[in-house]
Design a binder for this molecule. Structure first.
Ligand code: R5P
Length: 330
């Protein structure tokens, strides 16, 4: 039997095994590029009955395995594939297993807000722990409290660092001036205030929207806008775009309240249904999203993607080297 030793890693990441599920291979590759560390081969197959099979092609014994899987488009199959990858690594004696979830699926299912409904995010957490995960790495959870659904550590990164750089760039170019950060609902009020604090040197302000979902589907209505936006460059900040209803309704409300310009910075651009058509017909000058999920082919020219993969790569390095992750946000 030939035992192939692991190549020496000039970056000191000898123990790292980096693999990706089938949800977002480009993101896994982007992390690998930043780390200057190759992805490791896995065999991922779906049989004719829909059953999934996974196999690590390289030795993972005693290694720190990082599995990248995002939760868009087909979250159910992607989650099962993730569980099988966790289970396979555990059974192959990995030293540690980290699930890297650029977009955490079912994050909105975090409470029992109606009788007889499932707390789906909790089920996602429980199944990962039962499979054997040791740590979760993600960004902008829909609610930070989701970390408490796990008994293992959860590192929840912030896209604000990346978007703040974008705002600085727009301000330096003279495209915007003294921006007002808008929370489209009460859930994002703290986020909008955080931006305002971080970018206080630009003369930033804050406004908070309120919205209701009159029916139990995905439609929403803006009910109020608290704060002054007249004559100001406004930036709506949020965690997710699904149908685009929340974003476009708020953009219209801000525009109608006399804003000079309206744009948005949102972490997870899922852009389901006709979200792109809605954005194209809205007052939004630009919508900046990260690459936690692939940009849909239907996304129009107003949607721009910035990569958050380097931040994940730095966090993975910090975990491997047992150094602080919070320093990445200073
Ligand atoms: C709501 O709590 C979220 O933060 C988003 O605002 C919402 O999920 C976006 O959904 P949609 O684009 O369908 O309005």
């Amino acid at each position: 039997m030939t035992i192939t030793p692991r190549n020496h890693d000039a970056n000191g990441l000898e123990r790292l095994i980096l693999v990706g599920g089938r949800s977002h291979p480009g993101f896994t590759e982007a992390i690998a590029t930043t780390l200057a560390h190759p992805t490791d081969p896995v065999r991922l197959r779906t049989f004719s009955d829909g059953a999934i099979e996974v196999k690590y092609e390289a030795n993972v014994r005693g290694r720190d395995v990082f599995i990248v899987q995002t939760g868009h488009a087909n979250p159910n199959d992607h989650h099962m594939e993730l569980l099988f990858l966790i289970d396979a690594a555990r059974r192959a004696s990995a030293r540690s297993i980290t699930a890297v979830l650029p977009y955490f699926p079912y994050g909105k299912g975090d409470k029992k807000d109606e009788p007889r409904v499932s707390i789906r995010a909790r089920v996602i957490a429980d199944t990962m722990e039962v499979a054997g995960v040791d740590r979760v790495l993600t960004v902008d959870l829909h609610a930070g409290q989701l970390q408490g659904f796990f008994h293992v550590p959860v590192d929840n990164l912030y896209a604000m660092t990346i978007f703040a750089t974008e705002v600085e760039r727009l301000a330096t170019a003279g495209t915007i001036n003294a921006p007002v950060f808008i929370a489209p609902d009460a859930g994002r009020a703290k986020l909008a205030r955080d931006y305002t604090r971080r970018l206080a040197h630009l003369g930033a302000g804050v406004a908070i929207g309120d919205k209701v979902r009159p029916t139990q589907d995905e439609t929403s209505e803006v009910t109020a806008l608290l704060g002054s936006v007249t004559g100001r460059d406004c930036i709506i900040v949020d965690d997710i775009i699904f149908t685009g209803g929340t974003l476009c309704n708020m953009a219209r409300a801000v525009h109608d309240a006399g804003a000079k310009s309206v744009r948005a910075m949102v972490t997870h651009g899922l852009l389901t249904g006709d979200a792109s058509v809605q954005i194209d017909g809205s007052p939004l000058a630009e919508v900046v999203v990260t690459d936690t999920v692939p940009l849909p082919a239907t996304a129009g020219t107003r949607v721009r993607q910035v990569s958050i993969a380097p931040l994940f790569a730095h966090a993975i390095r910090s975990i491997c080297e047992e150094t602080s992750i919070s320093r990445l946000f200073e």
